[in-house]
Ligand binder design. Structure first.
Ligand SMILES: Cc1ncc(COP(=O)(O)O)c(C=O)c1O
Length: 387
């Protein structure tokens, strides 16, 4: 029986979400900026969605900015905060963890290369965690922005966001966290996290693709990166994508309602995968923190195995996994995240990420483990070695 085990890459759309989106793709197609009844109905839908998301994040509706997804939320956070800090207080220093998704790290690199920001990578330990003491040593009065991922999409490690946020707040530095992997499985009340900016994206929590949110704490200094109309408090010009926004808000509400049950089920399946892989696959090593990790993430490196070839073999056997992150499929470069943990290139090329979700069953996990064991034995057999 084939099984999808790549829920960190994306999740299927919940049918209740689709149902709530459909009217806005059909009869209620108005532009929320229009003043007539069609426009008003669409505007209500967007504002209701904003309130729903704000309720879930524990913030005010005006602090919810709708975007086209995680990458745009991250771009708006980094570019918007960096340019605002430069304009308002001459700050030029960016402090970014080296285990970020490309949406953050490539944006930071671009800000340094094209806009002369000074980019400093925060130290992380070999599990991918930022130590608050290291942050205390590196944060500066001219730091424009600090960005640290919440739950790591590749290795699953969860960062101590509230502790890091407290340090940033003391020093008056805007703090952004990429929380794309969090909503189904980690607490995301922004008051408890203490962040100024938080990115989420609907397709990671059984919502539609192409829509996200940037939480922008009231009082945070942010410049728009997309100009035009005055939508989203002038931070994000463009006609609202009403069906996607409605879908995101409903998916978010469902994700929070099921968070505890989902997380504990995911944890049970994840631990089963981790324990069995370490037991059955010689040369397999867990990446990321054993306990402080995303409940749905089991990630490994396997000595002497090429991750992409393993993925292809598993795919042939009917199992969808990932090596590092979806964007790296087919890319022979080792994951930058694994290298940042101090791992040698050869070992980093043998990465395997297995992520479970609402549809995953114990039976699927059992079959997957068999297939993995078989594939690894195949790669290690003398015939495979000779070819
Ligand atoms: C941690 C993280 N940040 C950002 C993104 C990018 O999000 P999107 O695909 O919605 O642009 C992803 C998606 O893979 C992610 O896992």
């Amino acid at each position: 029986m084939p099984a999808y085990l790549d829920y960190a890459a994306t999740t299927p759309l919940d049918e209740r979400v689709l149902e709530r989106m459909l009217p806005y793709l059909e009869q209620d197609f108005g532009n929320p900026s229009s003043i007539h009844a069609w426009g008003q109905r669409a505007d209500w839908a967007v504002e209701e969605a904003r309130e729903r998301v704000a309720d879930g994040l524990g913030c005010r509706p005006e602090e919810v900015i709708f975007t086209s997804g995680g990458s745009e939320s991250d771009n708006l956070a980094l570019r918007g905060a960096a340019f605002a800090a430069r304009e308002n207080r001459g700050a030029n220093h960016l402090l970014i963890s080296p285990v970020e998704h490309d949406a953050v790290s490539q944006t930071a690199i671009d800000l340094a290369a094209r806009h002369a920001f000074e980019l400093e990578w925060l130290p992380v330990d070999n599990l991918g965690r930022v130590d608050p003491d290291d942050l205390r040593k590196t944060i500066r009065s001219d730091t424009a922005l600090l960005s640290v991922i919440y739950g790591n999409n590749e290795i699953g490690t969860v960062n101590p966001i509230p502790e890091l946020a407290a340090i940033a707040r003391e020093r008056g530095v805007t703090f952004h966290s990429d929380a794309l992997q969090a909503p189904c499985q980690l607490p995301t009340l922004v008051g408890d996290l203490g962040v100024d900016l938080l990115s989420i994206g609907a397709h990671k929590f059984y919502g539609p693709k192409g829509v996200g949110v940037l939480f922008v704490r009231n009082g945070s200094q942010l410049l728009p990166i997309q100009t035009g109309g005055s939508q989203e408090r002038g931070l994000r010009a463009g006609t609202h994508n009403v069906p996607l926004i409605v879908g995101l808000s409903v998916a978010h509400e469902i994700a929070l309602a099921r968070q505890e049950t989902d997380a504990s089920r995911f944890r049970m399946l994840r631990d089963l995968i981790i324990d069995e892989v370490l037991k059955r696959v010689p040369g397999a090593r867990l990446t990321g923190h054993r306990v402080d990790r995303l409940p749905n993430n089991a990630s490994f490196v396997i000595q002497g195995i090429d991750g992409n070839s393993l993925l292809a073999a598993l795919d042939l056997a009917g199992f969808a996994c990932s090596s590092g992150s979806a964007c790296k499929t087919g890319d022979p470069e080792p994951s930058k995240v694994l290298l940042a943990l101090g791992m040698e290139t050869e070992l980093a090329l043998g990465s395997l990420r297995v992520t479970v979700g609402r549809q995953t069953t114990e039976a699927e996990v059992g079959e997957f483990l068999e297939a993995l064991q078989e594939a690894v034995v195949g790669f290690r057999s003398p015939v495979a070695d000779a070819s």
